[in-house]
Design a protein around this ligand. Structure first.
Ligand code: NBY
Length: 787
């Protein structure tokens, strides 16, 4: 890059888009001008990539969510010009950080599933794989979380209200999507996905819903203005907002409309391009030779009947042939074993949205039944395999029959799919099932967000090659017994903790000590993730410290953060509890120099970038068997935190790679929980363990106030006094409490030996290479996509 040219074109852009003199421009102006300048810089490469390899096999990642976060810093890193641009701006007296903080997160996802899609985009481009992302351009991303009086309050997230610096509207590629009751236009917005220092620019194509005819003049001419506006709104409603549920599915018409909308537009797009490129020698039989579609969970499964529809109805392929083509095109990833998440759609909703797809699904269902009867299965034995049963369409079943591959996202998770969730299917078609352990992109989650550690690693290894091949971190092991290196590790962590402490003081108004242990749990709030286990442990610890002021204890800061689905009362109760504990503890001078509690407001990708680098302890405490993989656990590990975790999801693989002795494993394993499932009685733990009783009783003693919301009673009841047929302590919080507490005590002791701790930290960093999403995406490319 030519520095002078860059500066020139930056200032030119700035003045052109604002019509202001340089000195009068705002941070917002400066941010958008920088986006423009970078978009110009990559334009050529992007065009090259889009036009280069038309007749070749490509992968298409279909996902209702892409949780991209901010793009500015990451794009500069991937272009290899981060430092230079910072310098250029400094020369003209612009502070990069203030510009950077102007960017709103693109929060087009809920949590792990959406963020995984974004990491995959980064890794695919970095590995020079031709992978397209297809999704939805929600006008409102995941709600912004405010905390009022300790309660979560949701606010809209109109992330593009000031503009969108990273997309290009490709009007000419618009598609028409037909629902039973309306027809809309799908307009693609393309975001460049940059590979790391390699000139590859892939495309994330997000569809926006707009009225088919901008303004219906017949209504207008008849003075029916309202009606004209209404139609416009009804079209735009489809992509107005991301559903904020991370586990519980939403069985609403509009949700299925969103799914069908982006899947239909994407399938039409693929078919149209295929026809355009292969004009003369077009053979639809070969469609699956050039396309593989990876379905990110059940949300895009409606793409399956849609492809059949487009082939049969619009291209005169016969049905059975279309089914064959489709079966060879799709692959399906599952992200959860929680029953409440597996999507089913009632027949009447599907008829209301996409009747022709329903017909096709009925046909596919008949085929399944026929085929299995031929195999000798009885009507009853066929039941688990039916795609439609009791007028419900079971999307996972549809995906499994119609895909060539079904994968889970961590070893244990895939095993549970085979043994349990999809066991019926596994028995009949074991060859379809495979594991792809998740990963994270080291560019965003280390190179960009933890510059200190990143520079240190490059210095120690003598090269930056590890950024392309993260397994090279293994080379750090030669410093395991080098005291100077270990001290440097501690120093870097300390500096990062200071940065976070400053940020938390500014944003949460709570002062925390960077010399204390930073113990962090950040993720969506859910009972299975057991933030309440963390919280009742803090309550108990607080009481202990009050009763025992001379107790030997290493000061600890407990940091929690995450959003609750707006309709999930108990998750909201957990947030209120965290804030209430923080209020009581932080205002109690007797314990104030020992523990602090912070609930960070509005946890999101850009907040994560500040939290992961500053953690000493990574809390990964889900009930064994429930967290499919987890990816936050990997971000912590890569940044040198030690995992306090159950034997669950990818934690298991973290323990395997870094050594369980360098982390803190606790809690019951899946097998044990399965065994005691029916006989489990949490009251026994409550009555026989004083610490448990102490903490659980505090929920009702009046010491903690929920402002008459009955929220703490609800948590109490869920643990030992279940209501309305619910199972007591469904997630085994009380069962695991004692072990959790003991493990915390161990941590608290061992942290004092700062060098031994640093050694463990280094062990984790050095063995985080396996968790690069580069590794994951290459496995998809090799095993499933055959790219
Ligand atoms: O996917 C998460 C898993 O819980 C986590 O263990 C895993 O690491 C991650 C990536 O594989 N699942 C997840 O984030 N799911 C959702 O966000 C989600 C979103 C929407 C809906 C269901 C789940 N929905 O039904 O609308």
């Amino acid at each position: 890059m030519n520095k002078n040219k860059f500066m020139e074109s930056y200032i030119e852009n700035l003045q052109r888009i604002t019509l202001k003199n340089f000195k009068d421009t705002s941070d917002k102006d400066r941010y958008f001008a920088l986006c423009d300048t970078i978009m110009e810089l990559i334009n050529q490469e992007w065009r090259n990539c889009k036009n280069r390899t038309r007749k070749s096999r490509k992968a298409y990642y279909f996902s209702a969510e892409f949780l991209v976060g901010r793009s500015l810093g990451n794009n500069l890193i991937n272009l290899g010009i981060y430092d230079e641009v910072k310098e250029i701006l400094k020369e003209i007296d612009i502070d990069f950080e203030s510009i950077e903080n102007f960017e709103d997160d693109a929060a087009l996802g809920n949590g792990g599933l959406g963020r995984l899609a974004a990491c995959f985009m980064d890794s695919a481009a970095t590995q020079k794989l031709d992978m397209y992302g297809y999704g939805v351009r929600y006008r409102e991303g995941l709600f912004k979380q405010k905390i009022e009086n300790g309660f979560q309050v949701e606010e809209g997230d109109h992330w593009i209200k000031d503009g969108d610096g990273w997309s290009i509207r490709v009007e000419s590629d618009s598609k028409i999507v037909k629902f039973r009751d309306q027809t809309v236009k799908a307009v693609p917005y393309d975001m460049p996905m940059l590979g790391f220092e390699n000139e590859q620019v892939n495309t994330l194509r997000l569809w926006q819903a707009e009225p088919f005819e901008e303004f219906d003049f017949s209504y207008f001419n008849n003075f029916q203005y309202d009606k004209a506006v209404e139609e416009k709104n009804r079209a735009e409603d489809i992509t107005r907002v991301l559903y904020p549920n991370d586990i519980q599915r939403e069985g609403k018409v509009l949700r299925l409309k969103q799914q069908y909308f982006f899947c239909s537009a994407s399938i039409q797009d693929m078919v149209a391009k295929y026809k355009q490129y292969f004009q003369n020698d077009l053979q639809f039989e070969e469609f699956s030779k050039y396309h593989v579609i990876q379905l990110n969970d059940t949300h895009p499964i409606i793409a399956i009947p849609e492809l059949i529809r487009v082939l049969v109805d619009e291209n005169s392929i016969d049905f059975e042939k279309a089914v064959e083509i489709t079966k060879n095109t799709f692959a399906f990833t599952n992200h959860t074993v929680l029953q409440e998440a597996l999507e089913t759609w009632p027949k009447d909703i599907m008829l209301e949205v996409c009747p022709r797809c329903f017909e096709i699904i009925e046909q596919l269902n008949e085929n399944v039944v026929k085929e299995f009867k031929k195999k000798g299965l009885s009507e009853e034995a066929i039941d688990p395999y039916r795609i439609i049963r009791f007028d419900q369409i079971r999307m996972a079943n549809l995906a499994i029959v119609m895909s060539k591959s079904v994968n889970g996202v961590a070893k244990l998770h895939t095993q549970i799919l085979k043994d349990d969730t999809f066991n019926n299917w596994y028995k009949l078609m074991p060859e379809k099932f495979n594991n792809k352990t998740n990963g994270i992109t080291p560019r965003r989650w280390l190179v960009y967000s933890n510059i200190r550690l990143s520079n240190f690693i490059t210095e120690k290894l003598g090269t930056g090659d590890w950024k392309y091949d993260l397994t090279k971190l293994k080379g750090l092991e030669k410093f395991l017994d080098d005291e100077k290196t270990l001290e440097e590790i501690n120093q870097i962590k300390y500096e990062n903790k200071k940065d976070l402490a400053k940020y938390i003081l500014e944003n949460e108004g709570i002062s925390i000590d960077p010399n204390s242990i930073f113990d962090i749990q950040i993720k969506r709030i859910h009972e299975y993730k057991r933030q309440h286990l963390n919280l009742i442990h803090i309550i108990n610890l607080y009481h202990e410290l009050k009763n025992n002021p001379d107790m030997d204890f290493y000061p600890t800061t407990f940091i929690l953060g995450g959003k609750a689905a707006p309709g999930y009362f108990r998750a909201k109760a957990i947030i209120k509890l965290a804030n209430e504990i923080a209020r009581v503890v932080n205002n109690d001078p007797y314990v104030n120099d020992k523990i602090k509690v912070v609930f960070v407001n509005n946890y999101r990708v850009s907040y994560g970038e500040k939290l992961f680098p500053a953690a000493d302890i990574s809390e990964q405490i889900s009930t064994a068997g429930k967290e499919a993989s987890g990816t936050g656990n990997m971000k912590f590990m890569l940044n040198g935190a030690l995992t306090l975790g159950t034997y669950d999801g990818a934690n298991i693989e973290i323990f395997e790679n870094a050594g369980v002795e360098n982390n803190y494993l606790f809690g019951a394993k899946v097998e044990e929980l399965n065994e005691i499932y029916n006989s489990y009685n949490p009251k026994e733990f409550y009555h026989t363990n004083e610490d448990i009783k102490d903490a659980v009783d505090a929920l009702l003693s009046g010491e903690l106030k929920d402002n008459d919301s009955y929220m703490f009673l609800d948590i109490y009841n869920s643990l030992i006094n279940p209501q309305g047929g619910e199972k007591a302590d469904n997630y085994f919080v009380l069962k695991d409490f004692e072990d959790y507490k003991k493990t915390h005590e161990k941590i608290n002791k061992e942290y004092a030996d700062r060098l031994t701790w640093a050694r463990k930290s280094l062990k984790n960093i050095a063995n985080a290479g396996y968790f690069s999403s580069d590794r994951t995406i290459l496995e998809y490319a090799k095993d499933i996509w055959k790219l």
